[in-house]
Design a protein around this ligand. Structure first.
Ligand code: PLP
Length: 429
């Protein structure tokens, strides 16, 4: 399908906005996975621009409402426009956004993180997960005086990680060669890497859970290998932090890393991230150049303080786990009922249930298209928030069941592509 044809199917004002966005912004979006080409775009019901959001629902520029599951790629743990977070931001706004000296707020929020996260004794705030991962890598290199980083997940767009992706342009080979990948849930791939590069690996950086849950004993074995080889273990808890438990996945799985990176849920949408760890490691930052204008920006800190308070006072984590469990069980049952086990996997822990399509972008796009028709916004991950109600969950279970039914019909037809009304959403990495 040509771009012209696809554009002709998109209703206004979405079509005009898309034309303007493509003319003025690379990829038409600030974030690759939010870009039109990552969606099954061209199908009239698939939204491309969001106007506003409240609770678990978003409204697109045409006034159509969708139940949100990407939740802005994970940050919105309490729901959009959570009153306590909004009030905290507004109250801080009247006091000021950013000052010329540190504010008491940064101390208070750091203290809350130290109280919540097992590995945390000191905290350094940054704005994004990518930035905080870079800072943790810098710190690990400085502490160990070693050059290499072993990575086992997704860690943002900075040079040390982007060099490993399909979008490695602009990252010098010399930098690319300093990062080595091992496979999640395969401790032997990490062991091989550490043996081959003895006393050269500064940090093992991994997400404690990805679209997959960690296999029994995997995190413990990674911890053991880090100790044996003198590398720092860094948990990238940008997704799992606050969501798996108030103290993150490290608290949930009972494995304590040396350093921890937080982001996403910490600000419920406000841009805030952090590196935390024990004081003897964190004090090394005193000697390094990790410093920017916005580290102590107060609206995001106020939001983080409110999020942490809500997590202390209310059963957010329990709620997310129990609703996530309902989704996971119902999705698995539907996959079996529709005979789609060869094509669709239901993976991940309940706080982030993932429908994965074994690299079949057509199948994923058909499901995305059918879910959009049923008012569910979908990108693969289901980030349940505290704002998703029982009704929302029931609507989702019914919608996913029907969407999988259409996929099964499409597969049985022998020509699944003919069921797509728009483009195939493209993977961005
Ligand atoms: N680490 C993980 C595990 C992530 O999922 C992401 C973003 O999706 C990042 C790091 C990068 O964070 P940011 O997009 O805030 O730079």
């Amino acid at each position: 399908m040509s771009d012209d044809y696809l554009e002709s199917r998109i209703p206004e004002p979405t079509a005009s906005l898309l034309r303007r966005a493509r003319a003025i912004t690379p990829s038409g979006s600030q974030t690759l996975s939010k870009a039109y080409f990552a969606q099954p775009w061209g199908c009239p019901e698939v939204p491309l621009f969001i106007e506003k959001a409240d609770g678990a629902w978003v409204e697109d520029v045409q006034g159509r409402r969708y139940l949100d599951y990407p939740m802005a790629l994970g940050p919105i743990i309490l729901g959009h426009n959570n009153p306590k977070v909004t009030e905290a931001i507004v109250a801080q706004l009247s006091k000021g956004i950013l000052f010329s000296l540190p504010s008491p707020l940064e101390i208070a929020v750091a203290e809350k993180i130290v109280a919540a996260v097992p590995s945390a004794e000191m905290v350094k705030f940054l704005k994004t997960g990518s930035e905080a991962c870079s800072a943790a890598v810098r710190l690990a290199r400085a502490v160990t005086n070693r050059p290499l980083v072993a990575v086992g997940g997704f860690h943002g767009w900075h040079d040390f990680y982007a060099g490993l992706t399909r979008r490695s342009g602009g990252v010098p080979e010399a930098v690319r060669d300093l990062t080595l990948r091992f496979d999640f849930n395969d401790a032997s791939s990490l062991e091989t890497l550490l043996e081959r590069h003895r006393e050269r690996v500064a940090a093992i950086l991994l997400e404690p859970a990805t679209a997959e849950a960690p296999a029994n004993g995997f995190l413990q074995e990674v911890r053991r290998l880090a100790d044996e080889h003198g590398a720092l273990l860094v948990f990238d808890e940008v997704v799992t932090g606050l969501r798996w438990s108030k103290g993150g996945a490290q608290e949930y799985y009972g494995v304590t890393p040396d350093l921890t990176v937080l982001g996403k849920a910490l600000g419920n949408g406000m841009p805030i991230a952090a590196v935390t760890g024990p004081a003897d490691l964190m004090r090394k930052f005193d000697e390094l150049f990790v410093s920017g204008t916005y580290g102590g920006e107060c609206l995001s800190l106020a939001a983080a303080q409110a999020v942490l308070r809500v997590l202390e006072d209310e059963p957010v984590v329990e709620y997310i786990w129990s609703q996530g469990r309902r989704l996971r069980e119902s999705f698995s049952e539907a996959v079996h009922r529709h005979g789609l086990q060869e094509l669709v996997d239901v993976t991940g822990e309940p706080p982030r249930v993932v429908l994965s399509f074994k690299e079949d972008a057509v199948a994923k796009s058909i499901v995305g298209q059918e879910l959009a028709k049923r008012e569910v916004l979908f990108n693969g991950s289901f980030f349940v928030s505290y704002a998703h109600t029982d009704n929302d969950i029931e609507l989702t279970i019914a919608a996913v069941d029907e969407a999988l039914g259409v996929l099964a019909e499409a597969v049985a037809s022998g020509d699944p592509g003919s069921y797509l009304e728009g483009a195939v959403g493209q993977p961005v990495l």
